[in-house]
Design a protein around this ligand. Structure first.
Ligand code: ADP
Ligand code: ADP
Ligand code: ZN
Length: 216
C-alpha cells in the first residue's frame, strides 16, 4: 500500500501513522522526524533546516524532495510506504508524481485528516515527544503513565521547539497557504479520503482502516 497522510500541524498524522504502519507492515516516512534527527545529530542537513523549522516555515522544496526520493528507492519501500508530512506544497506533490512514475509506481490513497484551528492549537501545544524513541504523547489527551516519562522506553519527554503558541499559529497559516491546495490536487486525481480528525485516536484509526478497505 502506498499512502500519503495529509493534514494541518497537530492534526494527528504522526499518531495515526504509527498505527497504520504497524497494521500494514510498511515503513513510516516522516520528513519532520528525519529533519529532527538530523538536527539532533548535528549533520549538515540539520544545520540547513533548523532555522526554517524554528520559525514554523517550510524547508525549501529542493532539500525535502531529494531526501524523499532517496528514501523511496530503499529496499523496505518495495511493498509500500506511508509518507507523513510530505508532500506539503504542490511543487513537492508534482516531484513525487514524477518520481513514482519513473519507478513505475502509483499512490493508492491520500488520507486527509480534518481538524479545526482551535483543536489543532490545543493538540500541538500539549504535545510531548520522547527524547529517546520519538513516541508522541499529549499532556491531557494521551498522557504517559508516569509524568514526563515514556511508557515504551522510559525516556524523558520534551516539547518540540516549534510547538510554542506563536509558532503553531504561524505553521497553521503556512499550512493554509502552501499545503491546503493539495486537497484539491489529490481530489482531482481521485485519491483523497477525508477523515474526521476530531474524534478519539481509536475512532479515527478505525475510520481510516474502514475506508482504506472500502468498508463504508
Ligand atoms: P507537523 O506536526 O507540523 O505536521 P512535522 O514534524 O511534519 O510537523 O514538520 C515539522 C517542520 O519540519 C515543518 O514545520 C517544516 O519546517 C519542516 N518540514 C517537514 N516536512 C516538510 C516538507 N515536506 N516540506 C517542507 N518542510 C517540511
Ligand atoms: P501531527 O503529526 O499531525 O502534527 P500528532 O500525531 O503529533 O500530529 O498529534 C498532535 C498531538 O495531539 C499529540 O500530542 C497527540 O498525542 C495528540 N493527538 C493526536 N490525535 C489525537 C486525537 N484524536 N485526540 C486527541 N489528541 C490527539
Ligand atoms: Zn520512548
Amino acid at each position: 500500500m502506498r499512502l500519503v497522510l495529509l493534514g494541518p500541524p497537530g492534526a494527528g498524522k504522526g499518531t495515526q501513522a504509527s498505527a497504520i504502519v504497524s497494521k500494514y507492515s510498511i515503513p513510516h516516512i516522516s520528513t519532520g522526524d528525519i529533519f529532527r534527527a538530523n538536527i539532533k545529530n548535528g549533520t549538515e542537513l540539520g544545520k540547513q533546516v533548523e532555522a526554517y523549522m524554528k520559525k514554523g516555515l517550510l524547508v525549501p522544496d529542493e532539500l525535502v524532495v531529494s531526501i524523499v526520493k532517496d528514501r523511496l528507492t530503499k529496499e523496505d519501500c518495495k511493498e509500500g510506504f506511508l509518507l507523513d508530512g510530505f508532500p506539503r506544497t504542490v511543487n513537492q506533490a508534482e516531484a513525487l508524481d514524477k518520481e513514482l512514475k519513473d519507478m513505475n509506481l502509483k499512490l493508492d490513497r491520500v488520507i486527509n485528516i480534518e481538524v479545526g484551528k482551535e483543536i489543532l492549537i490545543e493538540r500541538a501545544i500539549g504535545r510531548r515527544i520522547c527524547k529517546n524513541c520519538g513516541a508522541t504523547y499529549h499532556v491531557k489527551f494521551s498522557p504517559p503513565k508516569v509524568e514526563n516519562t515514556c511508557d515504551k522506553c522510559g525516556g524523558e519527554l520534551y516539547q518540540r521547539d516549534d510547538d510554542k503558541a506563536e509558532t503553531v499559529e504561524k505553521r497553521i497559516e503556512v499550512y493554509q497557504e502552501q499545503t491546503k491546495p493539495l486537497i484539491d490536487y489529490y481530489k482531482e486525481k481521485d485519491l483523497l479520503l477525508n477523515i474526521d480528525g476530531t474524534k478519539s485516536i481509536e475512532e479515527i484509526f478505525y475510520d481510516i482502516v474502514a475506508s482504506l478497505e472500502g468498508d463504508f
